[in-house]
Design a protein around this ligand. Structure first.
Ligand SMILES: NC(=O)c1ccc[n+]([C@@H]2O[C@H](COP(=O)([O-])OP(=O)(O)OC[C@H]3O[C@@H](n4cnc5c(N)ncnc54)[C@H](O)[C@@H]3O)[C@@H](O)[C@H]2O)c1
Length: 454
């Protein structure tokens, strides 16, 4: 436990030590598919004044500072020193050779007319050769793939790509956000337990070291912040957590919180707050993009299912509230349905009960656009991860749980899924590093005559 005085001292030191966001920020993305190309197209369009950064907390969110009576609500980007969108340079890897314009056209998320107005910028971004292993993503067949005798050679090749990218684009800093396909479900093994065993595993081509772990290792080894947007096991293994502390690197994951889970973490805290019972939550989805195709394989679906299921249990806590949630039945289904493309449709049937046990139902039919919801999350994560690095924060960045379906936490610490608590944590972390008072929302002093204690 850190004492209050120590905390105050840390705050002072933190604020003074945050380095300015000077120069170019390289945003490196393994997986230039629907999410990544929608992000890049959006940032290019925003730079040209053709679009607004809707859904991005770093660009459009405000933060209250001080007492309500002070009326201080700056934009987050005016409060903390974040990289400017004009200073971002994108790069990435993919198993297909398509440049970002072609990949965005294929993804069919952003309209062709919009893409044509930023075509020259998008065409310049050509994917580097990927680290790929078909046993992790059975439904894809790639040609733009690296060869290496060992997994360590592949990690070295990724590091070399990064160095070349950095010098070519004159970047002062870099971050990496995994937007690649969801890999098959695996559990941690002995090789994942320490950096020594992991590096040995890289040399010996251990089959439980996945491609995403190789990218993560390369980034973290170089001190480049790493965020995992997919649900697969990557930087949430002891070896890479240890490495992140050694190299002073912020890490975080996993699985961008978009569509259905976003709704779940908005609605469930409300029901729980009113002590309403829930005995059934059936969630089904149809989607037709490449992500849907990958998730059509049972091994890859299992990775997603585990990530999606954890949310409700943690918010409702059946073991603490058996009268309300002891019989909770939670089911999640994802079906691949090509005609819908990236426009995922989800249905939730929620069986709830109220006073004296009377039964009610809530139905949610969300016709969402998956990548439109995910793109601003990638942007915010890149900017906040870069801030964390400049503020000398390293290891798991739990304050960024807000963006993830399955937030990574220190071992033994349960994650927080309630989106309102996550937001409070994120905002208080920003206040903390900038030396502002934390906000508890107590506010008794506004309306209560305080009696001096004797
Ligand atoms: N769209 C969302 O709302 C959302 C939400 C949460 C998580 N995610 C996750 O984000 C990821 C990206 O989603 P998407 O819709 O862009 O999928 P996508 O299939 O359009 O893009 C993924 C890309 O990754 C590439 N890829 C696969 N393995 C790779 C490797 N080893 N190295 C480099 N590239 C590789 C694929 O070729 C593809 O182009 C998926 O894992 C998805 O589950 C998406």
């Amino acid at each position: 436990m850190v004492s209050k005085t120590q905390l105050d001292l840390n705050v002072k030191i933190m604020k003074e030590q945050i380095r300015e966001a000077e120069g170019k920020l390289g945003v490196l993305i393994p997986g230039l598919g629907a999410v990544a190309t929608t992000l890049i197209a959006g940032v290019e369009a925003i730079r040209k004044g053709l679009a607004q950064p809707i859904g991005s907390l770093t660009q459009l969110g405000n933060i209250r500072l001080g007492k309500r009576t002070e009326n201080r609500y700056p934009k987050i980007k005016d409060f903390v020193p974040l990289a400017d969108l004009n200073d971002i340079v994108f790069g990435g890897w993919d198993i297909y050779k398509d440049n970002v314009y072609e990949a965005a056209m294929n993804a069919k998320v952003v309209e062709a007319s919009m893409l044509s107005s930023i075509k020259s910028e998008l065409e310049k971004i050509i994917p580097m050769k990927a680290v790929f292993d078909k046993t992790y993503v059975k439904n894809l067949e790639g040609t733009n793939v690296k060869n290496g005798k060992t997994k360590l050679d592949l990690a070295d090749a990724v590091m070399e790509d990064i160095r070349i990218f950095q010098s070519k684009n004159n970047c002062t800093r870099m971050v990496m956000v995994w937007c690649g396909s969801t890999e098959k479900y695996i559990e941690p093994t002995a090789v994942h337990q320490s950096i020594q065993s992991f590096e040995e595993g890289l040399r010996k081509n251990d089959p439980t070291i996945s491609p995403s772990m190789i990218y993560a290792y390369a980034a973290i080894k170089m001190g480049i912040p790493y965020a995992n947007g997919a649900p697969n096991l990557t930087c949430d293994i002891p070896a890479l957590i240890e490495l992140s502390k050694e190299t002073g690197t912020p890490i975080g994951g996993k699985d961008f919180k978009t569509g259905q889970t976003l709704m779940k973490t908005i609605v469930a805290p409300g029901l729980q707050a009113r002590a309403l019972g829930v005995n059934g939550w059936f969630s089904t989805n149809i989607l037709g993009n490449r992500d849907g195709l990958v998730l059509d394989d049972p091994d890859n679906f299992k990775t997603k299912e585990v990530s999606k299921l954890s949310v409700l249990e943690q918010i409702l806590q059946p073991e603490k509230n058996p009268e309300l949630y002891g019989d909770l039945y939670h089911k999640v289904r994802i079906n691949y349905y090509p005609p819908h493309g990236d426009n995922k449709e989800s249905w939730d049937n929620i069986d709830i009960f109220g006073w004296m046990g009377y039964h009610m139902q809530i139905k949610i039919n969300f016709l969402c656009r998956d990548s439109i919801l995910a793109a601003p999350i990638v942007l915010d994560l890149a900017l906040f991860m870069d801030l964390a690095k400049r503020a000398n924060m390293s290891g798991i960045q739990e304050w960024l749980s807000f963006y993830f379906k399955s937030p990574q936490t220190t071992e033994g610490l349960p994650p927080v899924h309630d989106i309102f608590k996550q937001l409070m944590k994120l905002q208080n972390t920003l206040r903390h590093i900038m030396g502002e008072d934390l906000i508890t929302h107590l506010g008794l002093d506004y309306y209560q005559d305080m009696v001096e204690s004797l």
